[in-house]
Unconditional design. Structure first.
Length: 209
């Protein structure tokens, strides 16, 4: 079955230009999709209800609309909790579903950076605090934040010394992988850095142009 959702029909109209998408699941009922999320280029988040039964994949009712910022909205589900989605625009946010299937949107209070965040990825590297973790590339540094169960923020920083391009997390190897580039004698060189988030040790691989 194929279902089309016309984003222009929302209250945003022609400004609902999609940039990213994700699904948030119910915490109360395992593996039950609850909301389909669309991040727009204009800094808004659209949340469409997913009916538990019926002929429609996505509900035809108007989506909930959140004003996140002025930059394009990037979405990334938590690495080990499918009822949590991280949202990045001007700031980093967390959207989670509670035990009553109600969505709660909270800003993650990070240090103030001189420039917008370049990239981010949530991950679970088994810190002793068992808190949630997120890796952020900003100001040419890799920042690893862990919010423990008492609400305290632990921070680690790694100087990349190169221009960051992309960051992902490998569950199987438990490495944060950063793609960077630099100019050497007029030639652009690209690198992939494999970073252990527990020890902050990393190894670098050169990628030929």
């Amino acid at each position: 079955m194929v279902q089309d959702i016309y984003l222009d029909s929302s209250s945003l109209g022609a400004f609902a230009i999609p940039h990213s998408a994700a699904i948030v699941y119910s915490l109360r009922v395992p593996d039950m999709p609850l909301r389909f999320l669309v991040g727009s280029h204009q800094g808004t988040l659209l949340s469409f209800r997913i009916p538990p039964t019926g002929s429609d994949i996505i509900s035809s009712e108007q989506p909930l609309i959140y004003s996140i910022g002025t930059l394009a909205v990037r979405l990334s589900p938590a690495s080990h909790k499918d009822h949590i989605v991280y949202i990045l625009s001007n700031q980093l946010w967390q959207l989670r579903c509670n035990n009553n299937d109600i969505l709660k949107l909270e800003q993650i209070l990070l240090p103030k950076f001189s420039k917008p965040i370049d990239a981010f990825t949530p991950f679970n590297c088994h810190f002793q605090s068992q808190g949630e973790s997120v890796a952020v590339i900003a100001d040419d540094k890799l920042h690893i934040f862990n919010l423990n169960q008492k609400g305290h923020m632990n921070t680690r920083r790694i100087m990349l010394e190169q221009t960051p391009r992309k960051i992902v997390y490998s569950k199987s190897s438990n490495y944060v992988i950063a793609v960077t580039s630099t100019i050497v004698s007029g030639t652009r060189k690209n690198y992939v850095r494999f970073i252990n988030p527990l020890s902050c040790w990393y190894k670098k691989a050169f990628t030929p142009n």
